[in-house]
Design a binder for this molecule. Sequence first.
Ligand code: SF4
Ligand code: SF4
Length: 400
Amino acid sequence: MGKANWKQLAFRLLPTAIQSPMATALTKYRIAKVNRLQTPNKITFFITNRCNARCQHCFYATRIGTNHTDEINLDQIHKLSLSLKYPIDLNLTGGEPFLRTDLVEIGKIFCQTPKVKFLYLPTNGLLPERILSVVEQILRECQLAGLYVQISLDGPEKIHDEIRNVEGCFKKAIETIELLKELQKKYKTLYLKTATVISGANYEQIDEVVRALLPLQVPHTFMLARGSHFGVYNLPKDIWSNFNPAENSSFVPVEALPSLYSTLRELNQNSATKFWSKEEQLRFVHSINMITRRRKLFPCYAGKAEGVIYPNGDVSFCEMTKPFGNLRRTDFDLHKLWHSQAAGVMRRKIERCFCIHDCNLSTSMSMHAATILKRLSGKLPQNDSELILFSAEDTSVLKQ
Ligand code: SF4
Ligand code: SF4
């Protein structure tokens, strides 16, 4: 976990004079590819609002448990899939996605037309047997380059169960992880990850949280609790989605973020298992930079490469912004809706915003020369005193 791959090692051997132009060329190539897209190539599809947990930090809390009857059905999903122009990375989320009894069929539809290369299934892990059975069926019946199952774990048992508001949630999540680890022995395209939302409820015990995760021997991701009112800047108020946790105390205090980075980095450095990848660290650093400096670091590709679909067919460019239309109006043709007048209006409204939303941030980072250079060269801030990235010097040598 967390080790440099051969490409990164080879890159580090190159002279600096070659590294920078290479990072710039890679960036230009990726941006040109995105500019040619007619439909997004990364889609987050909330397939249900139903959930069997009630997490304190849930930014989707006001939608959870409401109106199950208007979930779009398999025929409609099939039409939607036919309107996509490119292979996509698909994130089937919710709510708890494994509560949809037709999850395997949904996966199969997207694997056929157009082909999904990578499928992501986040879960709270509360239904171990069901998750195992669905994951195995998808692996058997869909030809995927990778199926990523991400299981939430917000700390040791007591902390996790309190945050998720379900007794026994931790034990179930561990059971799910163990079952899926066994399945990994049979399927090389199954990847597991645990995910911790760092919130007001667990940031002060971050070392305990890490200690609970390490024995699992599974790669790890940390996300800051988020909402459309936290870590989002320059977004016109009339298009806020208003997805927020019930309590503001769910957010980590801004002043605690730098030392949180230092603590996590030190724990990672001192651990035999490198649980925190360089890419994840960079994302965390970018988030801190945005929050503390209120500065846009790079473009966001929501509305070009990325889109969000809700259970009732509403479509938005990201989870922080309101939907601009509903698939029912175009007979489930996403291409048509994506190029509608309403979509154009929304695109203009999001030209200046920036935010810490992890999914969008990952895409932005993969198309930003200075970030690519930092990641490939492995040069990350050692502690909170080195947190400022992308000085004038960085950006002047890296034009994109
Ligand atoms: S954060 Fe996820 S698991 Fe928790 S209540 Fe919200 S949708 Fe359910
Ligand atoms: S920066 Fe991107 S993801 Fe964030 S609010 Fe704006 S459009 Fe949405």
